[in-house]
Structures are given as C-alpha cells and as structure tokens.
Design a protein around this ligand. Structure first.
Ligand code: ADP
Ligand code: ZN
Length: 743
C-alpha cells in the first residue's frame, strides 16, 4: 500500500511513501502522519491512498494533474520508497469532501496543495503543544441502595452535608465547587476516599464567549418576504442570492433556515466579514442555538481556537460562525452555508492561496450537497450576474422587518473647499438639540492628505513607497499609509527650505477639528485605523457611542458596516467623490456599496433617519441610484460598462504581480512575462506596467493583467510560464486569480 503525502512545507510537490503492514488497516485519507524526510522526521497529510500492487501506476491521477511530480524524487519506484513512521492522529483532519475542496481550490488558485491544507486548518490545532485544558471534575456517586454497605456510614455529618451539596449541584469542577461551597480540595478528596464522589480529569472548554450569560431567543414569526426567502433556500440545489435591504431581517431568515437543518441532523456554517463579527452578531446565533455554536475569529486565543475546532470536528458544535476561514470548518453532515454581506472584499484572501471564500462556499456546497445562501443589501456584480442568468436563485426583501423605515437620502453639492455644507451643519445642529446621534463618514484617515510646499510645489513623500505622507495631528508626525513608516513634521520645505508648508485634503482628524470648532459643546468620537490600533479600543468606542456618551461618531469605512445604533438619525458622507474616482474598475461598485451601507446606519429603530451625501458631482449616475435606493438600475448600467470593457463578471481577471528590489530586473521580467502569456490562445494580456503603488517597503512592483473567459485557461498558461521560466531568487512572482486588488 502506498500513500501520497503533502509535507507541511510549501514545496508544491507530493511525496509517496510505503505503508508498513501494521499501519495499513488504520491508515485513512486526511490523517496527519510522521514520515522520514531527508535526515529528519516531517509531518504531512495523507492526500491519496493506493492499495494497488503495481507501484508505477499507483496514484496516477494526482500525478497527472501536477506536472512537478513527474520529475520529483518522490516518483514511485521500487527501490527508493521509504515507509511511513507513524500515524499522529487516527481521526482524519480532513474528510474526503474537504480534501476534494482543498485540491480544487489549489488547482483554481494555482497554489501549492500544502499551503491550502495549512490555510484550511487553524495553526493552533497543529501546534506541537496544543492540547485540551484538563481539570479535575467531581461527580457524586449515587448512594441509593448501597447506603448500608459503602463507606458513607463512616462519613462525618459535615462530610455528609458537603456530599449533599455536591449532589444537589450534580457535581462540578473541583476549583469551582471549592469556591462555591467554601471548602478545600482535601475535603473533597476525603469524600472520594469514602466512596461518595469520583474525581476524574476532564477537558474543560475554553469558550470564546467566556462566562457571559446569553438569554435564549425564540424564532420570530416571519413576514411574507422572509417566508418566500426561506423557501427559496430549500427550493432547489442552486445557491440563493438573498438580496435584502439593511434591516429586512436576513439574519432571522438565516437563523430559521439553520434551525431546519439542525432538526434534520445537519450542521451549518455562517460566514460574516471579520469587521462585523462583533459580540452582538455572535450573540444572536448563540442566543438561538446555545452551545451548539462554535465561534472562530482572529481574536481567539490558541486554546479557544483549539477547543472550538475540536468541538466542530467531534460534532458537538453544529453551527460555526466565523470570517472567511470558517469556510474550511470540518462540520459533519454540512447542510447549509451562509455568506452574509457576500459582496465584502474581506472574503478574498490577499496572500497565497488567494481564494475567495464566497466562491469556495459555493464549491463546497456542490461537493457536500449543502445549500448555500449569499446575503447582501448590495450584492457583488458577480453574484448579481449569476442570479440574472439563473445560476443562482434570487430572493428579494424590500421592506424593513422590525421597527424603522428606510432613511431619506439627499445629495448636497459641495461648492467651495469647506468640509461641511450649511445643510449638513443645520442637520447636525438639529440632532444636537434633540439629543439624537449623528454618524459622519470620510474615506480618509489622518489629519490631512498631503503636506505640500506653497513656494515650490514639493509634496513630501515616503522615501520607501514614493507616495505622499499623511499628516497626523495627534502625534504631530507624517505617516505613510502603505508601509506605516513615519517622520517628524518638518517646519520648512525639504526641497527649497521655504517655511511655506501647507496641509491639503481632508482627513478624519481635520474633519473632527472643524466640527469641534462649529459645535464646541458637542462630544465627538473618532474611529479610524489610528484611533483603534490599541486592543479593544474599537469596541470601546462603539460601546461608548451606543451608551450615547457622544453626539457624533466620525470615522472611515470602519463605521460603515454592521452597526446598529437605535438613536442615530443622521448620517453624513463628507466627500463622496474621493471614493468614486479611484483608479479601479470596481470603484463605482464599491462606492455604491459603501454609500448604501452607510445610509443603512440611519433610522434603524423608531426614529426616522436622514442621510446627506456631499459631492462635487451630484449628477453622477451612481449617486442618483443611491438616492433612489435602486440597486437594480445601478447594476444594469454598471454591468453594461463591464461587458463593454471586458471586465468581470464577463471574464476572469488575474493579476501577475512581480516585485524585486532590482528595478531593472522586475521591469524586464514583467515585459517578458506579458509577451509569453500573450502567445497563449484565449488570453487577453495587457502590457507590463508599474503598479499604481510602484514602490512599497523598498520593493519595486510591476504587474501584468490577464483576462480570459475561463480561469483555468489563465492558470494553465501560468503553470506553463513558471515552469519554462523559473524566476530568479531576487524576484517574487505571484498570480492572483480573480484579483480584487489591482494595485
Ligand atoms: P438584516 O440582517 O437584514 O440587516 P436583521 O435580521 O438584523 O436584518 O433584522 C433587523 C431587525 O428586524 C432586527 O431587530 C430583527 O430582530 C427584526 N426582525 C427581523 N425579522 C423580524 C420579524 N419577522 N418580525 C419582527 N421583527 C423582525
Ligand atoms: Zn512608505
């Protein structure tokens, strides 16, 4: 028997081992093995098992799919195969279905299988010293019937009293019992000696929810739109695109669809963007499903993550709530996958493997026969297009489910350089008078955009990235928003030495200062990457705002999503143009999403809301569509533009990203890459260009954009190119299939 093993190093190559007879019966696909590798032992996952006697033919299917293997030293031949040393865990880490998913994602994204395997498994689970937390558990022994023979006759009255307490509690953790019953471990051990209790070691869950008590919630009676949406999910095998305005009750639909799957013995995965994975979100699921919920997110401790993952694999937890990595959760009998806010770009991973969790969810649904729901108030044009052509089923929810109506949205023309229009200022004043709250949104952090010399026009830039520095008033320094580097604020121009430095553009800090000048008595909270870098500050700010300790919350896109503040009745977008005019084919789509999400923050409860969008171009079709809340009309326009320009969803777009510290090398290699790929049939290849972010952290960056009808065609050409032209070590070349970042 032979096995093919993916060693836990990104070698992009599989290795074949022989299975000793003693292990043959126990060995299964997905297990973690220890194998000899060079002069040491390595860990690796079984990705294929082959019992065929003929070694040369064995495992052919995988090798055929992976050209590298043919020339690898792992090529099966009768002489050199080494035996597997040990099975490290008999329970497979990957089910056959998950392994299939991993292989497909590796093929689709042109990533090494080992890297995808590693992505699919939390690092905390594989850590050498990872283990459950084990504590002493005390259990009372039922004394009925045995009263006369056992030791309890010899127990003192105090011991009998202690025993009665423990029995009343039904046992418990040693430490907790000692605390609650004001006793000592020694006293409880005496009870054990007398045969009244047993003391054993048990694993105690390290719960991300802590000891918080969460009140159970009951299903709400669904309205007609919600019922139709729920039925759509179960109508056929197609994924459902749940297009529902903010507050239309999508979450309640998810909850009830999940309940149905749980009743049928199946599990579910709920993906939410990391930024909206707040305690409130988690609580909604925990309140409905209790301990059956497992939470996975980046702030978990290793122990919590280890326990949650094992609870999922063991089948104790049936509903997984988490960010994009939750798509890999080893849920048994998976019945449903929910991707909430499916348009969110955070579902796309920006390092290898560059997968899109929404697309992986759809793929997993097919492999596992699970339903898939993609929910959004502003679907991605990719998903919208799929719904239009029938690949997905569309369910629409137009009305708000709970209290609250959709806010009035108004465009306000910006005429001069001021940050706040008179209309917006009046509206803020009104809110202050009425003790209601306001959210102001600005797509730029820092005090001001650039520091420019009035005398010579010199713009102060980061020497490593070549992009303008941003002035930050709080620490009075200049920061680079790309590499995070900083420098002290100069008092004279570094180029001409004139003391004429000017601050241009408006950032959140400057907007805050201007607001305080207009309303000296208003209290303003600012939230951006600078105000939230310390741990917990993000939640602290939001909690303070929720407790109505401030009148105004001013921030970047961080505040645009997922927040639900009943007392907010005014939302202002300070400069809409800065986001529409970004050099990216998705800028318009993102702007629509952003404004619609921001608008969704106003008037969620009983109080009606108002939204002001300030812009220099109030005739812009995107802004008009936002005002009407008309996603469908916007999508028609924008899809037409995408089709004309041959952009997704009418093609697959991949970026070849090249970087090097050697400017000449990267430029030449990029040109050579573009020329080679252009020869491949079916590929539309642009000229090699320096990236918009031409230099970052000392690396020169170039790129080649490749478009084709199928992603597989791009990957095939790419594999051919990298094997024909292995990149020199001074150069990093990566492929980003279905790229989101074009810089
Ligand atoms: P979404 O996820 O679409 O933004 P939510 O599920 O958060 O919407 O629902 C918005 C509000 O409406 C919540 O306060 C929720 O409790 C309430 N809600 C949802 N469904 C119903 C219903 N069927 N009846 C009454 N209230 C509902
Ligand atoms: Zn920099």
């Amino acid at each position: 028997m032979l096995v093919q093993v993916a060693i836990d190093l990104a070698l992009d190559r599989l290795f074949t081992y022989e299975v000793p007879e003693a292990l043959e019966k126990k060995l299964a696909v997905g297990q973690l093995l220890s194998v000899p590798f060079g002069h040491r032992e390595a860990r690796g996952f079984v990705v294929a098992v082959d019992a065929k006697a003929n070694r040369a033919e064995g495992l052919g299917d995988l090798r055929g799919a992976r050209d590298e293997c043919a020339s690898s030293p792992s090529r099966p031949n009768a002489i050199s195969l080494r035996p597997v040393s040990a099975i490290l865990d008999e329970t497979p880490f990957f089910s056959p279905n998950l392994l299939t998913l991993v292989k497909k994602v590796a093929a689709y994204t042109a990533a090494p299988l080992e890297t995808v395997l590693r992505t699919a498994l939390p690092a905390a689970v594989l850590k050498k010293n990872a283990r459950p937390r084990e504590l002493l558990f005390v259990e009372p022994i039922d004394q009925e019937g045995t009263r006369h023979e056992t030791g309890d006759v010899r127990a003192s009255p105090r011991q009998r009293e202690l025993y009665a307490h423990i029995q009343r509690l039904g046992g418990g953790w040693m430490a907790q019992l000692c605390r609650e019953l004001k006793t000592t471990p020694a006293s409880i051990r005496l009870l054990a000696e007398k045969g009244l209790v047993t003391i054993s070691v048990r694993a105690k869950r390290r719960s991300p929810l802590g000891n918080r008590r969460i009140l159970p919630s009951k299903p709400l009676p669904l309205n007609a739109e919600q019922l139709a949406a729920r039925d759509a999910i179960f109508a056929d095998a197609r994924p459902t695109l749940l297009f529902g305005v903010t507050g239309s009750g999508k979450t309640e639909v998810y909850l009830q669809a999940i309940a149905r799957e749980l009743d049928a013995g199946r599990g579910a995965i709920v993906m939410v963007p990391e930024i909206s994975l707040t305690p409130q979100t988690v609580q909604r699921f925990a309140a409905r499903f209790g301990d059956r919920v497992a939470v996975l997110h980046s702030a978990l401790s290793d122990g919590e993550r280890y326990d949650e993952w094992h609870r999922i694999r063991a089948g104790t937890a049936r509903v997984v709530v988490g960010p994009r990595s939750a798509v890999w959760a080893p849920v048994k009998d998976l019945g449903l996958i929910v991707v909430d806010e499916e348009h969110e770009t955070s579902y796309k991973q920006d390092e290898t493997p560059r997968y899109h969790a929404r697309d992986v969810a759809v793929l997993r649904g097919v492999i596992e026969g699970a339903r898939v729901v993609l929910g959004s108030a502003t679907p991605s044009l990719e998903s919208w297009h799929n719904a239009q052509c029938g690949k997905y089923r569309l369910a629409t929810m137009r009305c708000r489910a709970g209290a609250g109506t959709l806010p009035d949205v108004r465009l306000v023309e910006m005429r001069d350089g001021s940050i706040y229009s008179p209309e917006l200022l009046d509206a803020i004043r009104l809110r202050l008078d009425r003790h209601e709250q306001t959210i102001l949104f600005l797509n730029r952090r820092g005090y001001s955009r650039q520091v420019v010399c009035e005398a010579c026009g010199h713009v102060i830039e980061c020497p490593d990235c070549g992009l303008p520095y941003t002035y930050h008033q709080a620490d009075d320094c200049l920061r680079c928003h790309v590499c995070g580097g900083w420098t002290a604020r100069p008092t004279v121009c570094p180029a001409c030495h004139a003391p004429a430095l000017e601050y241009r553009g408006v950032g959140t800090q400057r907007a805050e200062a201007a607001l305080k000048k207009c309303f000296p008595r208003a209290s303003v909270l600012r939230m951006d990457a600078d105000s939230t870098s310390r741990k917990h500050t993000h939640d602290d700010i939001l909690d303070a705002f929720r407790r109505q300790e401030a009148d105004v919350l001013l921030g970047t896109q961080m505040i645009a999503k997922g927040l639900d503040f009943p007392n907010v009745t005014l939302v202002g977008v300070l400069n809409a143009d800065s986001s529409i005019n970004m050099p990216d084919f998705r800028a318009v789509e993102r702007s629509f999403q952003l404004f619609a999400q921001v608008a969704g923050r106003a008037g969620r409860a009983e109080l009606p809301g108002e939204v002001f969008i300030q812009s220099h171009e109030i005739e812009s079709p995107v802004l008009r569509a936002v005002v009407r809340g008309d996603f469908a009309a916007f999508a028609v326009d924008e899809l037409k533009a995408r089709e004309d320009g041959f952009f997704p969803p009418y093609c697959h777009l991949a970026m070849v990203n090249l970087k090097s510290k050697d400017l000449k090398l990267v430029g030449e290699w990029a040109a050579m890459c573009a020329a080679s790929l252009a020869k491949c049939p079916g590929l539309n290849v642009t000229d090699a260009l320096p990236s918009a972010l031409e230099k970052a952290e000392g690396w020169y960056r170039w790129q080649v954009m490749v478009r084709a009808k199928s992603a597989a065609a791009i990957v095939k050409a790419w594999r051919w190119f990298v094997s024909a032209r292995p990149a020199p070590t001074a150069l990093r070349v990566t492929l980003d299939v279905d790229a989101f970042s074009l810089t």
